[in-house]
Write a protein that binds this ligand. Structure first.
Ligand code: DLL
Length: 429
């Protein structure tokens, strides 16, 4: 199902014309931001110099650090009187990043979310429970307005009080949910503990953090939903940047709203489709805070093959960020890879936690893994076998030796928002 078929399936010539026009307009708007005015002057580039995609490569990158240095309002391109909303990102260090929206920005943003929900198959007949934080996090209000736009009944349940959430899911006949995949795993667990089932539930929209195909399979099986991956980030409005269609093979990125490139994070050089690198995005419809070539820190690749659904270019599922990559004894590992390996093994429960320490100058990784009740209460032999299987699989697939601790279901922390599954105790980490 399409919300705007003409735009969603625009041919490459039509798209190029639209994108170049919007890139020029974006560069024009960016001239109101001293940071960009100075950078563009240094390079000697003006909006009409952008005539082809190659010209875009002359534009400066913008980093999260640049935005933090502009805290709070250094990147505003409009007078404050035109700003109608502010969100911030939850920076783990230093000041948060402020993102601001004009009324036009909010309209574009909710339209993009509406497009995603329609692509998933949702209509005004759906009842949608939005189980993410409604505060400064963009996931809550972002999805809220998009869902109202398609006319779905929208329940702003936010996070917390999992029992009450589940009662609402059941009592209100909810057909679609949105939350982080970690919280969805928690919901599944409590639904099962309560001995309930949610037969009306059809769509599970999950995002805001990396999640594996193994978790998708668990959620689809145990919640009875079709699970859709949803990608976005606050600096690019919030959620709604890219979303899966019912083919579930990569995420469609909305090219009328975002110009995307993939670069080598070390050299900044552009990489061709099919090669993984850092996603760089120039939003095309942002007014309050236009951005040029924003380095997302997220790792993905462009998928050149056309999608059977008829929509444009896709990006591959996001495996992690350049900055959450763990380097353990010189080997690069993403927490999502560990998740994928561990969760596929029968007898493993829903949660794990990685700890990295430096022992005698060597990195040591240990993983606590929750196991299912039957394994926990079963024979010792079964436990030993499971433990060795985990060690062997991780050794084979990651080429890393790990220590595995099998723990009882319920002993590791649960998350309502984004999960934190790595504790890095090495100095300077
Ligand atoms: O997480 C916006 C969002 C809300 C997206 C709800 C999807 C659903 P931030 O808090 O600014 O914004 O975090 C953005 O989260 O750079 C990625 O590293 C990560 N991320 C978001 N979606 C995905 C995903 C929101 N589907 C950061 N897969 C991004 C992997 C994701 N990582």
């Amino acid at each position: 199902m399409f919300r705007d078929k003409a735009i969603e399936t625009l041919s490459s010539e039509g798209l190029q014309k639209l994108q170049i026009e919007r890139l020029q307009q974006t560069l024009k708007r960016a001239q109101s931001v001293p940071f960009y005015r100075e950078r563009c002057k240094e390079i000697g580039i003006a909006p009409h110099d952008i005539q082809t995609y190659d010209d875009v490569r002359k534009l400066p990158f913008t980093t999260k650090k640049d935005l933090q240095e502009g805290y709070p309002f250094g990147f505003l391109a409009v007078p404050m009187s035109e700003v109608v909303r502010i969100h911030t990102t939850s920076g783990t260090t230093g000041k948060p990043t402020v993102v601001a929206y004009t009324a036009e920005d909010l309209e574009s943003w909710s339209e993009l979310i509406a497009r995603n929900l329609t692509m998933a198959g949702m209509t005004s007949d759906d009842i949608f429970q939005n189980m993410v934080n409604y505060g400064m996090f963009t996931g809550g209000l972002g999805f809220h307005y998009g869902s109202e736009k398609i006319g779905a009944v929208t329940i702003p349940s936010a996070t917390g009080n999992t029992h009450r959430q589940i009662e609402m899911l059941s009592d209100f006949g909810v057909t679609a949910i949105h939350c982080t995949p970690s919280y969805a795993m928690r919901i599944v667990e409590v639904v099962e503990e309560m001995g309930m089932s949610l037969p009306k539930l059809k769509y599970g929209l999950f995002g805001a953090e990396p999640w594996s195909e193994a978790v998708r399979a668990e959620l689809e099986k145990r919640l009875g939903v079709e699970a859709f991956d949803s990608y976005g980030m606050s600096e690019l409005f919030g959620p709604g940047v890219a979303f899966e269609c019912p083919e579930h093979d990569g995420l469609h990125i909305w090219h009328d709203a975002y110009y995307v490139e993939i670069i080598d994070p070390k050299t900044g050089e552009n990489l061709p489709p099919g090669v993984r690198g850092e996603l760089v995005v120039t939003p095309l419809l942002k007014y309050a805070m236009p951005l040029l070539r924003y380095r997302t820190g997220d790792i993905t690749m462009l998928m050149p093959e056309p999608c059977p659904c008829g929509r444009g270019m896709r990006i591959a599922r996001l495996t992690g960020r350049t900055d959450d990559m763990l380097i353990i004894r010189g080997i690069n590992v993403f927490p999502s890879q560990i998740e994928h390996i561990v969760m596929q093994i029968p007898g493993v429960g829903d949660q794990f936690m990685v700890t990295i320490e430096r022992v005698n100058h060597l990195d040591e990784m240990s993983i606590s893994v929750e196991i299912t009740d039957d394994v926990f209460n079963g024979e010792l032999d079964q436990l030993t076998k499971l433990q060795s299987r985990l060690v062997d699989e991780l050794k084979e697939r990651l080429e890393l030796r790990t220590t595995i601790r099998l723990v009882e279901r319920g002993s590791l922390p649960r998350f309502e928002g984004k999960a934190k599954r790595v504790i890095d105790l090495r100095e300077g980490m």
